[in-house]
Ligand binder design. Structure first.
Ligand SMILES: NC(=O)c1ccc[n+]([C@@H]2O[C@H](COP(=O)([O-])OP(=O)(O)OC[C@H]3O[C@@H](n4cnc5c(N)ncnc54)[C@H](O)[C@@H]3O)[C@@H](O)[C@H]2O)c1
Length: 316
């Protein structure tokens, strides 16, 4: 049995990673400030410390607890919020990473796996984006995540073996359906189920790479015993280019009722289009059967409908 620190386990991705580690009979401790997460998401059996990763006090309780690896997942993940308050963003994203790196050195925990983002790249020409391309973030959020990747690189001289996983657009069960500033698919889905209409901020021709949370969890767990992943930044996506209009089409097709869709405005720092080159991910982490987007979306609609919405409108 191993013991892991998973920051942000009250949130969407952190809770899924913690759940998988616990299912595999490991011990999990989490630090979460509950800013966007919910206590009820934290998997049973996880030791919960309510605290902020940028606050040195958050680590007091675990100074003497030995960890086999740290999964740093906590952080605010909205480009829009990073424009509303860049100082908050740098504290929650960059400063938290530094504090956690200092903790890992004190703790003697040398393995550190970080949830980075495709936002580090900024706008790129229309092609699968690889890890060696220049990073030129368009949002404060992307800048703070890129800074974290550099902190990890510098901390290698203190013996920290780190991996940054650059997540593309993650979707799946457990996404926060009330936060309208975070998660393209969860925003569209919540609008469709709650208001029977969808308002899209930006063009329908924008494109993204949508990756299911189960595949993201698999990637994190595979890193643990994978020496080749150490010292690297690795894209985690599907390599598929999907238009916003295709997502809307699949979501709307799950409903019996006609769902009006309006396109207006945009989101600051939002790139027009990006999708991943997954060669490095496949080479380093190996391949496994990935969730098909259409299946994943239909299952997501069904799970949300069955948990709290009326079934009457469902077409699937
Ligand atoms: N969801 C995506 O599509 C996506 C894509 C790329 C990268 N990421 C990254 O993955 C990570 C998890 O994203 P998510 O979608 O699960 O978001 P989420 O908001 O559901 O989860 C984040 C969790 O971290 C907690 N948190 C935030 N700041 C904290 C802090 N300073 N100290 C302690 N806890 C804090 C929140 O309360 C929440 O429980 C984030 O770092 C995000 O930047 C997510």
């Amino acid at each position: 049995m191993a013991r892991y620190l998973v920051t942000g386990a009250a949130g969407f991705i952190g809770s899924a990673i913690a759940k998988r580690l616990i299912t595999e009979e490991n011990e999990v401790v989490t630090i979460d400030n509950l800013s966007t997460g919910n206590r009820s998401n934290i998997p049973e059996g996880t030791t919960f410390i309510k605290g902020d990763c940028s606050d040195p006090g958050a680590y007091e309780q675990i100074e003497k607890t030995r960890f086999d690896a740290i999964f740093h997942i906590a952080g605010q993940s909205s480009g829009e919020i990073s424009f509303d308050d860049p100082i908050y963003d740098i504290r929650t994203n960059a400063e938290s990473t530094l504090r956690l790196l200092k903790f890992s050195v004190r703790n003697g925990c040398s393995r550190f796996i970080f949830a980075s983002t495709m936002s580090v790249y900024g706008q790129k020409p229309d092609h699968p984006v690889g890890e060696n391309e220049e990073c030129r973030p368009e949002s404060f959020y992307g800048v703070a995540k890129l800074a974290s990747e550099h902190y990890l690189r510098i901390y290698r001289q203190y013996g920290i073996r780190s991996t940054s996983l650059r997540l593309f657009n993650v979707y799946g069960p457990g996404q926060n359906m009330t936060n309208m500033k975070q998660g393209m698919i969860s925003i569209f889905l919540a609008q469709m189920l709650d208001q029977q209409k969808i308002l899209v901020k930006g063009s329908k021709d924008r494109f993204r790479d949508f990756v299911h949370v189960d595949d993201v969890v698999e990637a994190f767990v595979r890193c643990l015993k994978n020496k080749k992943s150490e010292g690297r930044s690795i894209n985690i996506g599907t390599g598929k280019r999907t238009l916003v209009s295709e997502i809307i089409k699949i979501l709307v097709s799950t409903q019996k009722k006609n769902i009006p869709v309006h396109y207006e405005g945009n989101t600051p720092g939002d790139v027009f289009g990006i999708y991943s080159d997954t060669s490095l991910m496949n080479e380093v982490l190996g391949s496994w059967p990935k969730t098909d987007l259409s299946d994943g979306l239909v299952r997501l609609v069904q799970s949300n409908v069955f948990s709290k919405h009326s079934h009457d409108n469902l077409n699937v």
